[in-house]
Design a protein around this ligand. Structure first.
Ligand SMILES: [Fe+2]
Ligand SMILES: [Fe+2]
Length: 503
């Protein structure tokens, strides 16, 4: 490798190209110097190589953003054609090359273009001839930059659209992108690769847009069917991208981010070299973020425990040791949880509505009792001091169903439920603006009331419920039992529910 760089000139005549570097490959020292100086006089950042081998080695190891190669074709050992072919295989994206040669016949030109050259210039040439070519290239590079910015914008929109279905995934994608990019930078991958890595991470989970709320919002662990449906997201995401976006690395990140080096991943059980090298960076970052972040069904894990799990995956041969070593270094200086994305007010409203309706009993408007567990998790209930649960069940419901039919029974239960809800609504009006609350839930044919009101209010609630149930027994012969129990704020609802039903 010969030569060094010059300072970039201000007011470059080739403004887009001058933001990148040019590599000049020429075995003749005089010609190389002339050409390099010419390029520098136009404000370009030039590196020089005296052979195909040293040029390729430079490209493999440099952190410079080399976008253009100008290579002589006739050189000893690895000639220009061999170099072009090798580059086309290894760096197929956004890289331009101009072949220069003493031969200018059609066959030589065709050979060079076939080998991967983007342009051809016959030696000797006038500086203006080269400049004209570079001016066109400068325009292409400018358009490409605009294109990248547009695609990045579109991918941001896709991520935000997914975020409006699943607010957690928006933060997750942004964090995985930032973390993977940092790891990639530490590993010294080229800038152009970093861009593909970032784009891929932004949309890696975009397939989750097709996953039903029943799974996305599920507060507990997944069962086999849930898992099966959830595991379709890489395929769905990749199918959105691969037909429309030409950079395969991006759709491969979406498709392969749950693949593991030992073949234990999904959807295809790929192994080792079958997995895109960029994916090897994404996977541990994806898992790390998922472990340390808060999700609807789990509490966040601390950094050390999360890294222990990742280390275990390295030991099992699932994650790249090198990537994980770099990930740990990055995490010493930076925490991905620093990225926070708040929803807009409108989205927050939609989100809370979706969560509520998720817990609604089908065919009626009452909330399923599981909703109380979710409210507890999100600390949306005021039960710091103490709370009371009132369970209402109907002892002859089976016989009732047989006698007047399920639908009619349901109608009656709905009517009772509405009366109970009315009691709580009126009470709420009276006690405004109290922080305290009383909520009604449906539990199959039973009802459950949660209340954090003081004792005297609770007594009123119970009296009024009792009156409603007496009327139900008089009108329909439905025999109701009412049990109530007070719990301290530290008692979890799931335990309290177990106690209520006598487990
Ligand atoms: Fe995923
Ligand atoms: Fe993910």
């Amino acid at each position: 490798m010969l030569g060094t760089q010059t300072d970039k000139k201000m007011n470059a005549v080739l403004p887009s190209l001058s933001r990148f570097s040019v590599l000049v490959v020429e075995d003749d020292p005089l010609q190389r110097e002339l050409l390099s100086n010419l390029l520098r006089s136009w404000g370009l950042h030039v590196f020089e190589a005296d052979s195909g081998e040293s040029a390729f080695e430079f490209l493999q190891n440099t952190k410079e953003k080399v976008r253009l190669l100008i290579t002589d074709l006739q050189m000893p050992r690895m000639d220009g054609l061999a170099l072009l072919k090798k580059i086309r295989r290894e760096r197929p994206y956004r890289f331009y090359s101009i072949a220069i040669s003493g031969l200018g016949d059609r066959e030589s030109i065709q050979k060079a273009l076939k080998a991967g050259a983007s342009d051809f210039l016959k030696k000797p040439f006038l500086p203006e001839q080269l400049f004209a070519r570079l001016a066109v290239l400068d325009r292409i590079v400018a358009l490409e930059e605009d294109y990248y910015a547009l695609v990045k914008g579109l991918f941001d929109v896709m991520t935000e659209m997914l975020g409006s279905r699943d607010s957690y995934t928006l933060e997750h994608s942004l964090r995985v992108a930032a973390l993977s990019k940092r790891v990639g930078m530490r590993m010294g991958i080229a800038d152009e690769e970093l861009e593909a890595l970032e784009l891929g991470c932004l949309v890696h989970d975009v397939g989750k847009i097709a996953i039903p709320d029943d799974i996305l919002l599920k507060p507990g662990p997944f069962d086999t069917l849930d898992r099966k449906i959830m595991n379709l997201h890489p395929n769905i995401g990749a199918s959105f991208l691969e037909k429309r976006y030409p950079d395969l690395r991006v759709s491969e990140i979406a498709l392969q981010h749950h693949e593991r080096l030992d073949g234990s991943g999904y959807p295809h059980g790929l192994m080792g070299k079958e997995i895109n090298p960029l994916v090897l960076i994404v996977s541990p970052c994806d898992v790390y973020e998922a472990l340390v972040a808060q999700r609807p069904y789990k509490r966040p894990m601390d950094k050390e425990s999360a890294l222990d799990i990742i280390d275990e995956e390295v030991r099992k041969g699932r994650f790249s040791k090198d990537v994980v070593a770099n990930l740990k270094e990055v995490l010493k200086e930076w925490d991905p949880l620093a990225i926070k994305k708040n929803n807009s007010k409108e989205l927050d409203l939609i989100e809370s509505f979706r969560k509520k309706t998720y817990f609604r009993e089908p065919l009626c408007s009452f909330y399923n009792y599981r909703y109380i567990l979710s409210l507890e998790k999100e600390q949306l209930l005021d039960a710091t001091d103490k709370y009371k649960l009132i369970l209402i069940d109907f002892e002859n419901i089976g016989e009732f169903n047989r006698r007047i039919g399920y639908l009619k029974t349901d109608e009656i239960l709905d009517e009772i439920g509405e009366k109970l809800q009315e009691i709580l609504n009126t009470l709420h009006e009276w006690n405004r603006p109290s922080e305290k609350n009383a909520l009604l839930f449906r539990k199959g044919p039973d009802f459950l009331v949660f209340t954090s009101y003081p004792k005297e209010v609770n007594e009123k609630i119970e009296q009024q419920i009792f009156d409603v149930l007496k009327v139900a027994e008089r009108d329909w012969g439905l025999k109701a039992n009412m049990k109530s129990k007070e719990f301290t704020g530290s008692q979890s609802f799931s335990k309290a529910l177990d106690i209520m039903v006598g487990i």
